[in-house]
Design a binder for this molecule. Structure first.
Ligand SMILES: [Zn+2]
Ligand SMILES: [Zn+2]
Length: 310
C-alpha cells in the first residue's frame, strides 16, 4: 500500500510557509521577498508578517500578496499571530503561524490566549502551525494547550543559523506520544537581513500550484519537510516499510517512546525496513532521511489505526 501523499499521483510543489517582509521586522520589501524565492526555484511562498494589536513590530493587516502571484508562482495569505501569555518570550507573546488566512482576519487582541488564537485561525480556515518551539522554550504544558493546531515546525532555519535552537522534533514527538495527531513542516522564518533563507521548506503534493489546493493538501498532511534531502516514495506491505529517497547515510523510522528501526547507507536510495517492533507498540511512526551531506527530509507521522481503516 502506497502511503500518502505518494498514493495521490500528484507532483510536488516547493514552498516556504514562514517568512517576513518589511511590513513587520523583515529587511526586504514584499516584492523583493517574492523575487528571492522565485529565483531559488520555489513554487510558492508567503509573507507571514508579525500581527497583533499594539505590538511594536506588527504589520497593519494580514499582508495582501495576491498582486505578486503569476502563472508559475503563488503565495499563501499568511501571518505570524501573537497574543500575550507565553513564558520565556522576550515580548511575552505566543508565536502562531497561520497560512491561508482571510485578508480581513482581525488582529489578535491583548485579551486573547494562545489556545483561543489557534482556534480562531482554524475557524477562519487557516493551516495553523506551532512555530519554533525550541527557539522560545515552549513548555510541554504550553504545547499541550495548543495541540489542536495542524502542525509543528520541526525545523526553523533562521533559529538554526542564529542560535542553534531550530528543532521542533522533541516537542512534536511529545505531542504524538500524547496522542495528538499533528503534522510536520520545515520553514525558513526568513527576515533576509542575514543568510537565513532557502534552508527549510515543504514539498506539497497537489493537483496544481493553487493556494486553495496547496492549503487543502497541507491540511491533509500531503507534504514532507526538507532541508535538502528528498523522499520519493513510501509504501507499507505487512511490516515492511519501503522507502525511496535521495542518497542517504540513514533512513530512520521512529515510533512512540524510544522505539525505532533504521537502514544505513551511505548512498542509500532504496530501503526495506521491518517496523514490526514499532507496530507492536502501536500509535504512530515517522520517517527521517539523513542525506549523505547531512540534509534531512521528514515524513509526516502515520497512525497505524488510520492505515488499518484504509
Ligand atoms: Zn516567531
Ligand atoms: Zn517568524
Amino acid at each position: 500500500m502506497k502511503l500518502a501523499p505518494f498514493d495521490t499521483g500528484h507532483r510536488f510543489f516547493r514552498g516556504n510557509l514562514h517568512g517576513h517582509s518589511d511590513l513587520s521586522d523583515g529587511k526586504r520589501s514584499p516584492a523583493e521577498v517574492i523575487a528571492i524565492y522565485k529565483a531559488m526555484g520555489y513554487d510558492f511562498t508567503c509573507l507571514s508578517d508579525h500581527y497583533m494589536q499594539g505590538l511594536d513590530i506588527s504589520a497593519p493587516s494580514v499582508p495582501d500578496s495576491r498582486s505578486l502571484r503569476d502563472v508559475r508562482f503563488t503565495t499563501l495569505l499568511s501571518a505570524e499571530l501573537h497574543c500575550p501569555g507565553k513564558k520565556y518570550d522576550k515580548r511575552g507573546v505566543w508565536h502562531i503561524v497561520a497560512n491561508g488566512l482571510p485578508l480581513d482576519f482581525a488582529a489578535p487582541r491583548e485579551d486573547e490566549t494562545g489556545p483561543e488564537l489557534v482556534s480562531r485561525a482554524l475557524a477562519a480556515g487557516a493551516y495553523v502551525s506551532i512555530a519554533h518551539p525550541e527557539w522560545y522554550g515552549l513548555t510541554m504544558d504550553e504545547a499541550m494547550s495548543v495541540s489542536h493546531a495542524d502542525a509543528v515546525e520541526v525545523y526553523n532555519h533562521s533559529c538554526v543559523v542564529e542560535c542553534d535552537r531550530g528543532s521542533g522534533i522533541a516537542v512534536a514527538d511529545y505531542l504524538l506520544n500524547e496522542g495528538k495527531r499533528l503534522k510536520f513542516n520545515a520553514t525558513d522564518d526568513s527576515h533576509l537581513g542575514i543568510d537565513d533563507f532557502g534552508g527549510g521548506w515543504v514539498m506539497v503534493a497537489a493537483e496544481r500550484n493553487d493556494p486553495d489546493l496547496l492549503l487543502a493538501a497541507l491540511k491533509a498532511g500531503h507534504n514532507y519537510s526538507s532541508t535538502g534531502a528528498e523522499l520519493h516514495d513510501l509504501s507499507l506491505e505487512g511490516d515492511i516499510l519501503t522507502v525511496r529517497c535521495s542518497p542517504a547515510v540513514s533512513v530512520a523510522v521512529a515510533g512512540p517512546g524510544e522505539v525505532s528501526a533504521v537502514a544505513m547507507g551511505p548512498n542509500l536510495t532504496y530501503a526495506e525496513i521491518n517496523i514490526a517492533r514499532i507496530r507492536a507498540r502501536g500509535g504512530y511512526f515517522r520517517v527521517t532521511v539523513i542525506g549523505n551531506g547531512g540534509a534531512r527530509a521528514w515524513s509526516n507521522p502515520y497512525w497505524f489505526d488510520e492505515l488499518e481503516q484504509g
